[in-house]
Write a protein that binds this ligand. Sequence first.
Ligand SMILES: [Fe+2]
Ligand SMILES: [Fe+2]
Length: 275
Amino acid sequence: MTFRIAQISDTHLSNEKPFFVDSFRRVGQALRADRPELVLHSGDISLDGSSKERDLAAARVLHDGLGLPVRFLPGNHDLGDSQDGPTHGENSIDATRRARYVAHFGADWWTFDVPGWRVLGINAQLLASDLAAAGEQTTAIAAAVAGIDGRRLALFLHRPMFDRDIAETAVTGRFVNPESRRILLAALGVVAPALVACGHVHQFRESWFEGVHHVWAPSTAYVIPDRRQPRYGIKDVGYAEHRLEPDGRHESRFVRVPGLPRLDIADFPEAYGPL
Ligand SMILES: [Fe+2]
Ligand SMILES: [Fe+2]
């Protein structure tokens, strides 16, 4: 049986600043009609959960209201950004913020198997941090690939592993930074994922590097204007669907949701301040 994952991302939800709640509800309607085997959230669930626990709580209530099986991964806005990147005045991940996230959304890394596949979700912000949990996650990644037993690997995380080349050295707020990437690649060892899927950039993009399919899911909420962020792929809102086949093949696509407004963050200075 095909295992269908609807990957949603970057919902940026809050009760106090509910700018993107209506969009989330529209996507929820589409998901309920679509009935995937799993809804997988690749992070930035909340608008500002790294500072405000009530944003985490509000986002959780909205997801519970979907009435669908959901798994979550944390984004920088949920528990703080990577410690090995530029902060832009944002919070960095620490033990308190991580514990708060876990209390609302459950484990920040996990693995499960479906016919032909092992699906591994990780906390990208944790990789090169000074938290004790960083080492535990790295050990868990290594254990997940050691026991893969011929299945294909699908890796989910909040931010893209890189732009065009796995050996990139730039330290950015956009991609997994070199030190975090080194740790992740060492833990994966000889096992190359068939699929690496992320969010964070609020664009849909498909690319292939050394046989690995990299898919960026769009945000359900908003795009970021060109003056602030280059175009890497499709700047639109929606979600991504991944079809994992028992024989190891897979297919990913961008799903547009009828009636979903293509909001632009530049029109919501109350969310994160003026651009
Ligand atoms: Fe985001
Ligand atoms: Fe993000």
